[in-house]
Design a protein around this ligand. Structure first.
Ligand code: PLP
Length: 408
């Protein structure tokens, strides 16, 4: 059935050029194919790589044997998904991904459960965030459940790569890039490639102690109305030079500020623990006002902290102590004042890569906060408890609210 001047939309609801659309459903509503796991083809590698010892793993350096790949075109929608040997992509040099960066990605991890089955941690949240990020840069939408089915299949194919040691895992990197050829500064919804890579990983930071942060206000990562709340590739490159400069000054990561307001630590969400007069503690993290990435570890941390001690008891923390969680602004003067009055107990950052990382010192404008040490360790009790409980849930030793999802 032919359609005259149809109202054309891709799965994202974005208009598309009429000439590009050929598929017309019954009733004359033009549409294109969504991701369909039933169309998956699998081509296995004939030369499998040697897996390095866990101790030699550097985050993100080594890819497994296979990848998942599919393309989006306006005339046919999402192509039949392929699992195939890891290898280069063929992309036009004029493609929009190289010119204007309509690129989004996710970071997830697969763990081996005690039953030997691979597991993912709250993967539906990653899929939902990826769809939101894609929509922000006018990339095509997709069926998030269908993509998750395919990611699980890819993990099953490369399951031998999942490290067994505690705190180690297989990092999963779903990515969508806009591939519309040409220099037009317009939406890339016409063409895209979606691919998923896997990379074995040990603990993200190899320091047993906490990390040091340099609070930076002159370079800004995110601002009201900007894109900090989305996982877009374009949010990261502007941090490379400030990060290099921070390293030169002796700090491992940047504490991103907006004015004097704390946003994030490197590519992680930040938490601060304050002592209260009643013996409990306040655990504070910046609220999701659009300048903060809505981290899945952040959400999990808030839930677990608030559940202590009634719904779950966090390891080694007193059941008499309550952890009062707050999502609100944190400022640098507030941190210095709390440090000087002895109320600042812990600062830690959370994210998929490192799970929970204690902060040992924070530099700002030639001043420095030194966080307290706990029995010779720079990891405070709240950060430690959270790390232990999260890793136990992720690796399937503790069941909590269905967060750990088996790849069946
Ligand atoms: N903030 C930024 C900027 C990130 O890139 C990440 C990592 O994805 C996070 C926070 C933590 O998010 P999640 O816990 O979902 O990994």
């Amino acid at each position: 059935m032919a359609v005259d001047k149809p109202e054309l939309v891709n799965p994202n609801g974005l208009p598309m050029p009429a000439k590009d659309v050929q598929i017309v459903k019954d009733g004359g509503v033009p549409t294109v194919a969504d991701i369909d796991p039933a169309r998956l083809t699998v081509k296995l590698s004939t030369s499998l790589k040697e897996i390095p010892p866990t101790d030699d793993l550097v985050f993100g350096d080594m890819m497994t044997d296979h990848m998942l790949l599919m393309t989006f075109s306006p005339s046919t929608g999402w192509s039949a998904p392929e699992i195939k040997p890891y290898g280069p992509l063929s992309i036009e040099p004029s493609a929009s991904c190289f010119q204007y960066c309509p690129n989004v990605f996710e970071g997830m991890k697969a763990y081996l459960g005690p039953d030997g089955q691979p597991r993912l941690f709250r993967p539906h949240m990653n899929m939902a965030r990826m769809k939101r990020s894609a929509a922000r840069v006018a990339l095509p939408a997709f069926d998030t459940d269908a993509l998750l089915v395919l990611i699980k299949k890819l993990i099953a194919v490369d399951a031998r790569w999942i490290p067994r040691a505690k705190g180690c895992s297989l990092y999963v990197r779903p990515t969508i890039i806009g591939t519309r050829p040409g220099f037009g500064v317009t939406a890339s919804c016409a063409n895209a490639i979606l691919y998923v890579l896997l990379s074995p990983t040990g603990p993200f930071f190899k320091v047993p102690a906490g990390i040091s942060l340099l609070a930076v206000g002159e370079h800004v990562r995110a601002w009201p109305g900007g894109t900090g709340g989305y996982k877009l590739a374009l949010n990261y490159a502007p941090g490379f030079e400030p990060q290099r400069a921070a390293l030169e000054k002796g700090y491992q990561q940047i504490l991103w500020l907006l004015g004097e307001k704390v946003l994030e630590a490197g590519a992680m969400n930040v938490f601060v623990v304050y002592k209260r007069d009643d013996g409990d503690v306040d655990v504070v993290t910046p609220s999701l006002d659009g300048t903060i990435l809505p981290g899945i570890t952040r959400d999990s941390a808030l839930t677990l902290l608030a559940a202590h001690p009634e719904a779950t008891s966090l390891p080694h923390l007193s059941n008499r102590m309550r952890l009062h969680t707050h999502e609100r602004d944190i400022t640098m003067p507030e941190l210095f004042a709390a440090s000087e009055s002895g109320r600042l107990l812990e600062v830690f950052s959370v994210g998929t890569a490192a799970v929970v990382t204690a902060v040992s010192r924070i530099g700002w404008k030639d001043r420095e906060i030194k966080l307290p040490a706990y029995g010779g360790s720079e990891i405070g009790p709240v950060a430690k408890a959270l790390w232990e409980r999260l890793v136990d849930i992720q690796e399937g030793r503790v069941e909590w609210q269905g967060w750990s999802v088996r790849c069946e």
